[in-house]
Design a protein around this ligand. Structure first.
Ligand code: PHE
Length: 349
């Protein structure tokens, strides 16, 4: 075989063998096979000595060409190996035409939006936010609110009672009592009055629970916001003025309120508050009932060790979902709990 044929065979062999070189170690071995101290090209170059002088320039050129071909091939291989390494580092391939998994920032839940708005309105007129636990004792949920064990109002607020073995370090309970999930935020009235002497001016937003069959307007899990104002000489006028202000802030400057006599064991007198607004879309120009309210019953003050001769106060409580449904034009309370983004995103701020 002439030297020229030998050189073409070496280049051909390298081209053929390149396909299986997969990583850097294989690459080094592959290179050595041709250009190492005992490599085929190295050996072929040693033949140079035997070549007659006049052929040397031509043969030299051929060797150089073979060498250049091999170097180009090695370079291509290194490129291929680097690409493979990068692909491993990057993970599986990505199809950029697919919809993205991260669908942007989340939004505040519509109920939370309304809760914050209601809290804002009351904070501006001097109410602080008070909170208490969702697990409660019968005392705070009922007894202290003038609803003893045999009181029929307890049936209307049937709840989820916890088994006797349940224990919560942060909710102290008397031996004879049961734990339950609070049925209203009026529990916060008692907890606040037992903790702070009047004057007290708080709103208490929070989650409540009742044993209810879910339908378009009922949910076993819902939210309320409670208000309580206790001081010397707090009167019905103060309640009415506060509620007037509240509906104007929330439902439009022309909104007005109406108090209808009602009954709650913990307020006397008690009322249902309706409001009316000409600026409420489909719900304009009609009276809508939205809360219970009244003057704090002296029995409640007694349960909290407050001098009912000296102090008086008003309290109110409303369902946040009810307000949200009116403001947001939602006709089924269940939408709020289904976590369907098509619903929730409509309220993105
Ligand atoms: N707690 C009452 C309810 O859930 C509402 C209310 C609160 C009524 C405060 C009067 C005063 O129905």
């Amino acid at each position: 075989m002439s030297l020229q044929e030998q050189l073409s065979a070496i280049v051909e062999e390298a081209r053929q063998g390149a396909g299986v070189v997969a990583d850097r170690a294989a690459m080094e071995a592959f290179k050595a096979r041709f250009m190492g101290p005992r490599g085929t090209l190295t050996e072929a170059m040693k033949e140079m000595g035997k070549v007659p002088k006049e052929e040397k320039p031509a043969v030299g050129r051929q060797i150089n060409e073979a060498k250049q071909s091999l170097l180009a091939l090695f370079e291509e291989l290194v490129g291929r190996i680097e690409t493979a390494e990068r692909t491993v580092r990057l993970g599986p391939p990505v199809d950029p035409s697919l919809p993205r998994i991260d669908d942007g920032a989340g939004t505040i839940h519509p109920i939370a939006q309304v809760r914050e708005e209601l809290v804002r309105v009351f904070r501006r007129i001097g109410f602080n936010v008070a909170e208490a636990t969702e697990v409660e004792t019968e005392f705070f949920c009922f007894d202290a609110l003038n609803m003893p064990g045999d009181h029929p109002a307890r049936d209307m607020q049937d709840s989820y009672y916890l088994p006797d073995v349940a224990h919560f370090d942060n909710v102290s309970k008397r031996e004879s009592e049961r734990y339950l999930l609070r049925t209203h935020t009026s529990t916060v009235q008692i907890r606040t009055l037992l903790r702070e002497p009047p004057p007290v001016r708080i709103v208490a937003p929070g989650r409540c629970f009742r044993r209810d069959t879910p339908d378009a307007t009922h949910s076993a899990n819902f939210h309320q916001i409670e208000g309580l104002y206790v001081d010397e000489q707090v009167s019905l006028t103060d309640l009415k003025a506060t509620l007037d202000h509240f509906v104007r802030e929330v439902f439009g400057s022309k909104a007005k309120t109406r108090l209808r006599p009602s009954f709650f064991p913990f307020t006397e007198p008690s009322f249902e508050m309706d409001f009316y607004s000409p600026d409420l879309g489909k719900l304009s120009h009609r009276w809508l009932e939205i809360m219970g309210c009244g003057l704090v019953d002296p029995t409640v003050f007694e349960a909290c060790g407050i001098d009912a001769g000296r102090f008086s106060g008003f309290a109110f409580g409303m369902g946040i979902e009810r307000i949200a449904m009116i403001l947001q034009g939602v006709d089924d309370i269940r939408y709020y709990y289904q976590n369907d983004r098509r619903f929730l995103r409509q309220f993105a701020g």
